[in-house]
Design a binder for this molecule. Structure first.
Ligand code: SF4
Ligand code: SF4
Ligand code: SF4
Length: 262
């Protein structure tokens, strides 16, 4: 649904970690009134409802995203399609029903499973503290035959992950320092840096609260299909081992992160 600029400004006042949810509620409000675009009054009406304490039905999970889709030039991978597929899968798994059982019917904000997307390693939406964090990634590769050894890419990489192999007069990427942002690819004047792999880095088990922790990254870059399978596996473990609605991170601390891939 389209938003007026004023409505966009108004919704920015909501804290970023609930903004996606607030946007959905506002769009629901506008659609319910037969509007085809969101106006500031729809944002105000939602805010009023929230302040009056009217409960908002929880889906048992929340998907958050960075602002990559608004045209951010740092974007390594676009999350819309994967986010849509994950949402369908999560709705099908009825997390709200599961949480209602485990929490005596009281699903609160802190019980919800949070999936957070960042479309590049800058990680503006803080995927490290979500139950599942998903980061857009591009692995760059040097095509040695094309490399003229100009060194432009060495200057372009802010991670210091590229150096010149003086013996071979070609650039080399240090995989341990590369954060897979893909920014060096368009910088090469000879077209000698290719997109060797594009996909997603995945973290699991991040959380805030009384015992905060960062999510642990599963080594590698994953395709859309692989990412969905990994999230499904996390969900399976969560359903099997979460007692009283404890978070995925607490479950994985208990049973071991290696269970995700075993
Ligand atoms: S995480 Fe990257 S793509 Fe997303 S808004 Fe931040 S800089 Fe842009
Ligand atoms: S910018 Fe391209 S041509 Fe120049 S050193 Fe890097 S890879 Fe080689
Ligand atoms: S992908 Fe990013 S971090 Fe990796 S070598 Fe290129 S610019 Fe550096």
């Amino acid at each position: 649904m389209n938003w007026t600029r004023e409505a966009e400004e108004a919704v920015k006042k909501a804290p970023f970690f609930v903004r996606r949810r607030v946007r959905l509620e506002v769009e629901k409000e506008a659609a319910g009134q037969g509007a085809d675009r969101v106006l500031p009054k729809h944002v105000a009406q939602c805010r009023q409802k929230f302040l009056s304490g009217k409960p908002v039905e929880s889906k048992g999970f929340e998907i958050e995203a960075c602002f990559g889709a608004s045209g951010c030039k740092n974007r390594a991978n676009g999350s819309e399609e994967l986010a849509g597929e994950l949402e369908t899968m999560l709705l099908r798994r009825d997390i709200a029903g599961f949480l209602k059982e485990r929490t005596n019917g009281e699903v609160k904000f802190h019980h919800e499973l949070r999936v957070c997307f960042s479309d590049c390693p800058n990680a503006c939406s803080r995927p490290q503290i979500a139950d599942i964090g998903i980061i857009g990634a591009v692995r760059a590769g040097i095509i040695e035959d094309k490399c003229g050894g100009c060194g432009t890419c060495v200057e372009a990489c802010t991670e210091g992950a590229i150096h010149m192999d003086r013996g071979a007069a070609v650039a080399r990427i240090d995989a341990n320092s590369c954060v897979m942002c893909g920014k060096c690819i368009p910088e090469c004047p000879s077209g000698a840096i290719e997109e060797a792999q594009k996909g997603w880095r995945i973290l699991a088990g991040g959380k805030l609260g009384r015992h905060p922790q960062l999510g642990k990254e599963m080594e590698g870059i994953y395709s859309r299909e692989e990412a969905i399978k990994l999230v499904e596996r996390c969900l399976e473990l969560y359903f099997a081992h979460s007692v009283g609605g404890e978070r995925l991170g607490a479950v994985l601390n208990k049973i071991g992160y290696d269970r995700i891939k075993s």
